[in-house]
Design a protein. Structure first.
Length: 149
């Protein structure tokens, strides 16, 4: 199977469209019903499309970061400094490394995305560094989840 035939290639393309607010149907069409979300701030896996959507929505409101998209480059989410700096895609898996600034603090992390044969995200794992960023994101995600939930 060539890389262009790997199911994850289309999923990552749709993810980037979602991040730019251009994916028709949003996360509903991208996430599998039994999707698992693994957060850097929650001990247990979060299972199901609705809870995954909640966490990804909270993250998109927390992670845009400081600054403008012009500073961040073309892959930045709207209104902030969040941008992807590296991608590895193969088979059913992708690793997307991101950078942003939140409250003046540098945040570096990765989104590990797995998909099923139907081209839906089956697992979404977020890892963040450094520790100072983890603590800040934990605080901000808790506040955002309280508002959204």
């Amino acid at each position: 199977m060539r890389a262009s035939e790997d199911p994850i290639v289309a999923v990552v393309a749709k993810w980037h469209l979602h991040m730019r607010g251009q994916l028709e149907g949003g996360l509903d069409g991208l996430l599998a019903d039994d999707c698992v979300f693994l957060s850097p701030i929650v001990f247990t896996p979060q299972v199901g499309k609705e809870i995954t959507k909640l966490y990804l929505t909270a993250a998109s409101k927390t992670f845009p970061g400081d600054g403008s998209t012009e500073e961040a480059g073309e892959n930045a989410s709207s209104g902030g400094s969040f941008h992807y700096v590296k991608e590895i895609v193969s088979g059913h898996h992708a690793m997307l490394e991101f950078e942003t600034k939140v409250k003046g603090k540098y945040v570096n992390g990765i989104d590990l995305i797995s998909c099923n044969d139907e081209g839906k995200i089956s697992e979404f794992k977020v890892m963040i560094r450094p520790l100072q960023a983890v603590n800040l994101i934990h605080e901000q995600m808790k506040e955002m989840l309280d508002r959204l939930g």
